[in-house]
Ligand binder design. Structure first.
Ligand SMILES: [Fe+2]
Ligand SMILES: [Fe+2]
Length: 146
């Protein structure tokens, strides 16, 4: 896989997450207004949790392999990727599971705040890890097993 293929794949997953969260956000708003959409909200939130988890796993695998090779700051970035970033992945996932269990308690502001945190996470990594100048086609070719 080339760096730009990695970038494209992860950005496509970000786009999918954004549109999924957008849908579920509307359901959360309806729930907050008292509409009987608790089941739909719970399903939506667990779908977001599932898609986010798959994405995070893929991101950790791909970036762990590529970040150390990118530039002089690579090793430092890889460390950030491994610890802080991974912890945040776990936190976000746990928070989603918590909302999924009690959707009504979180229906309005809770879902909004959590989704906003996820959006911030995506935006930040698009700046730090997924910047176009960082993952250029000609930087390096990376081979992955499996
Ligand atoms: Fe991430
Ligand atoms: Fe990501």
């Amino acid at each position: 896989m080339t760096p730009s293929e990695i970038r494209d794949e992860l950005l496509a997953q970000h786009a999918r997450l954004r549109s999924l969260m957008d849908e579920v956000r509307h359901v959360a708003e309806r729930a907050a207004r008292g509409e009987p959409v608790g089941g739909e909200l719970r399903e939506g939130v667990s779908r977001v949790a599932e898609v986010l988890r798959e994405h995070n796993q893929r991101e950790e695998d791909l970036l762990r392999a590529i970040i150390p090779t990118v530039d002089a700051w690579g090793p430092a970035r890889a460390e950030i990727m491994d610890e802080t970033h991974q912890r945040e992945h776990d936190d976000l996932h746990q928070a989603l599971l918590g909302v999924g269990e009690r959707p009504h308690a979180f229906a309005g502001a809770g879902v909004r705040a959590l989704f906003d945190r996820i959006l911030e996470h995506l935006a930040r990594e698009e700046k730090i890890f997924l910047a176009e100048e960082l993952l250029k086609e000609d930087t390096v070719i990376v081979e992955f097993g499996g």
